[in-house]
Design a protein around this ligand. Structure first.
Ligand SMILES: C[S@@+](CC[C@H](N)C(=O)[O-])C[C@H]1O[C@@H](n2cnc3c(N)ncnc32)[C@H](O)[C@@H]1O
Length: 444
C-alpha cells in the first residue's frame, strides 16, 4: 500500500476509533513494511495532519461550501493532501494532488475524484483564506495553532497571552527523542560514547543531568537501549524522581506506576537497594513495569494491580518512607506526543480527573510515615489539576506542608520556575513536556 493511502487509514482510525496516534502509526509502519524514508514520511503526514486539523479545516471551508455532505474519508484525504501542500516543502503540490485523486478514484467514484481534484486545484489557484483577518485574538491563536478555542482561552486566562501563544506554537513541533541513562549500568558519557559508536547523533540533555537527547533517530532502536542502559523518558518527567529523592534501603510507594518510567528511575536512584512498590489499576500495564525493571536489571521493584483509591485495604498506615502520586491527568503537557488529545479531552475530563486525583491522594496520605515525603506530579498544565489540587489536599490534610527545598533539589536552570514547593514547567521552557511537580512533607 502506498504511503498516502496508509496515512489515510491511520488518520481515519485515530479519528473514528479514538486510537492513539503513536500506536496506530507503529501498527501502520509494520503492516506496510515501510523502509526508513517512507516511515518518516508517513509519520510526518499523520502527526502533521492531526496537529494542524483545525487550521486545515479552516483553509478548506470556503472551497467546500458547495459540496454536499462529505464522507469522512474524503475530508481526511483533503486534509492530509493540503497538509503536504502547505507544510511539506519536499513534496511538490502536483504530486500530492495527483496521489489524492488516484486514491479518490480507487476508493470512491469519478464524482468524488473530480471533487477532490477541483477543491485542491482551486486552493492552488486562489490561495488560502487569511487567519490574520480573524478579529478576536483568542480565536486567531486557536485557529493558527489548531487548538480548541475553549482550551486556548483557558490558557490565556491562566498564563497570559504570550505564554499561551508560545505553548500553542511549541505543541506543533515534533519532540526530540530523549532517554535517561541507567546509572547502575553506565555514566552519561559512557552512554553517549556507545551511542556515537552505533552511529547515533546524541548529546547531553538540556536540564536533567541523567538525560541524553538524540538529534536524529530513535533511541529506542539502539543496542545501547536493548542492553538496559537507557529508558525512553522526557526530561521533565526525570525531575520527578529527583524531587522525591529516595535513599537506598527505603520503602517507596509509586501509586500510579505504569508503564514504569518513574518506578525504575526511583529504583535506580536507590542503587537497587530497598523496595519500590509499584501500583497501577491495569493488570496488563503492571506487566509492562515488570518488563522494564527486568530489562534494566532492577530487582528492588514489586508490582501490584490495584485501584489506588483503595490502597488502605492493602497497606498498613505509616508503612512507607516516600510516596509518589504521578496522577492520571488530562495530559495537556504532552500534546506534542499525543496531538489528538487536544480535540478529544474536554472540560468534563478535567472535572472527572480532579476527583480521581484527590481520591488517590486521600488514600495514599495515611500510608506515609511521619516526616516522610510525598510527591504529586502530572503531565498537564491545568491549574485545577495542579496547584489547586494541592491547595485542596492541604486544606483537608493539615498534617502535610509544602516543602520549599524543592528548588535546591532541581537543576539550576529549573529553579526560577519553582514557587513554594511547586514547579510548573511549560513545553517551551526547556523544549520538554509540560509537567507539574509538588513536594510535600508529613509533619513529625
Ligand atoms: C501518568 S500515568 C503514570 C506514568 C508512570 N508513572 C510512568 O512514569 O511511567 C498514570 C497511570 O495511572 C494509572 N491509573 C489511573 N487510575 C488509577 C487508579 N485509580 N489507581 C491506580 N492507577 C491508576 C493509569 O493506568 C496510568 O498508568
Amino acid at each position: 500500500m502506498n504511503v498516502r493511502e496508509l496515512a489515510l487509514d491511520t488518520l481515519l482510525a485515530i479519528e473514528q476509533k479514538g486510537a492513539y496516534s503513536h500506536l496506530q502509526l507503529n501498527e501502520a509502519i509494520q503492516k506496510g513494511r515501510l523502509d526508513g524514508r517512507d516511515a518518516a514520511l508517513l509519520t510526518e503526514i499523520v502527526y502533521g495532519t492531526v496537529q494542524r486539523r483545525d487550521t486545515l479545516d479552516y483553509y478548506l471551508a470556503p472551497f467546500l461550501r458547495k459540496a454536499r455532505r462529505l464522507e469522512p474519508w474524503v475530508r481526511v484525504l483533503l486534509r492530509l493532501t493540503l497538509y503536504q501542500m502547505v507544510y511539506l516543502d519536499r513534496v511538490p503540490d502536483r504530486a500530492a494532488v495527483f496521489e489524492a485523486v488516484e486514491i479518490a478514484k480507487r476508493r470512491g467514484h469519478r464524482g468524488i475524484a473530480s471533487l477532490v481534484n477541483g477543491v485542491l486545484r482551486a486552493i492552488g489557484r486562489e490561495g488560502l483564506p487569511s487567519i490574520e483577518a480573524v478579529d478576536d485574538a483568542g480565536k486567531r491563536l486557536a485557529l493558527a495553532t489548531s487548538h480548541p478555542e475553549w482550551l486556548v482561552r483557558r490558557w490565556i486566562q491562566q498564563y497570559g497571552y504570550e505564554e499561551a501563544a508560545r505553548m500553542c506554537e511549541t505543541n506543533l513541533r515534533p519532540p526530540q527523542s530523549t532517554a535517561r541513562v541507567n546509572r547502575l549500568r553506565a555514566t552519561v558519557e559512557e552512554a553517549l560514547e556507545r551511542l556515537r559508536a552505533e552511529g547515533m547523533q546524541a548529546i547531553p540533555g538540556h536540564v536533567a543531568p541523567e538525560a541524553i537527547r538524540a538529534e536524529k533517530g530513535n533511541l529506542a532502536h539502539t543496542e545501547t537501549f536493548r542492553a538496559g542502559w537507557l529508558t525512553i523518558q522526557d526530561e521533565s518527567s526525570m525531575l520527578v524522581a529527583r524531587a522525591l529523592d529516595p535513599a537506598p534501603g527505603e520503602r517507596v510507594l509509586d501509586c500510579c506506576a505504569a508503564p514504569g518510567g518513574k518506578t525504575t528511575h526511583i529504583a535506580e536512584r536507590m542503587d537497587g537497594r530497598g523496595e519500590v512498590v509499584a501500583v497501577d489499576i491495569h493488570e496488563r500495564k503492571v506487566m509492562m513495569i515488570e518488563q522494564q525493571a527486568k530489562r534494566l536489571g532492577l530487582d528492588n521493584v514489586a508490582t501490584l494491580a490495584l485501584d489506588s483509591r483503595r490502597l488502605g485495604e492493602r497497606f498498613a498506615p505509616e508503612s512507607f518512607d516516600r510516596v509518589l502520586v504521578d496522577a492520571p491527568c488530562t495530559g495537556f503537557g504532552v500534546i506534542r506526543r499525543k496531538p489528538e488529545i487536544k480535540y478529544t479531552k474536554g472540560k468534563d475530563a478535567i472535572a472527572a480527573l480532579v476527583e480521581i486525583q484527590q481520591a488517590i491522594l486521600r488514600a495514599a496520605a495515611p500510608l506515609l510515615k511521619k516526616g516522610g515525603t510525598l510527591v504529586y506530579s502530572t503531565c498537564t498544565v491545568e491549574r485545577e489539576e495542579n496547584e489547586e489540587a494541592i491547595a485542596r489536599f492541604l486544606a483537608d490534610h493539615p498534617d502535610f506542608f509544602l516543602d520549599a527545598s524543592l528548588a535546591e533539589r532541581m537543576p539550576e536552570p529549573v529553579r526560577p520556575h519553582v514557587k513554594g514547593g511547586m514547579l510548573q514547567l511549560l513545553p517551551h521552557h526547556f523544549d520538554s513536556d509540560g509537567f507539574f511537580i509538588a513536594r510535600l512533607r508529613k509533619k513529625v
